[in-house]
Design a protein around this ligand. Structure first.
Ligand code: FES
Length: 89
């Protein structure tokens, strides 16, 4: 059984969180996103984007497939719906 969930990130909640990128916000929400460089180079944080628009701080160097984005170097332009895993406690 998969522990993946669809998570909705609401713009207002992101802005209130004072986080500088979506990865930091997802970590605060106790969602499990793999990462390594945290700067758009490695692609380890690739995450499925179900709906919504994001903005990259700078164009990432990592390969991204259609329907994915890099939360470590992006902020939301709209509410987002993503697929992520919940941290197991
Ligand atoms: S953690 Fe390396 S690209 Fe996001």
């Amino acid at each position: 059984m998969s522990d993946e969930i669809e998570f909705t990130l609401v713009m207002d909640d992101f802005n209130d969180s004072k986080k500088t990128n979506i990865l930091e916000y997802l970590e605060q929400q106790e969602l499990n996103v793999h990462y390594h460089c945290r700067d758009g180079f490695c692609g380890a944080c690739r995450t499925p984007l179900v709906s919504g628009d994001i903005h990259y701080h700078k164009e990432p160097l990592a390969f991204i497939r259609s329907g994915e984005f890099l939360p470590c170097c992006s902020t939301p332009k709209t509410n987002l719906k993503i697929t992520a895993k919940q941290n197991s406690k």
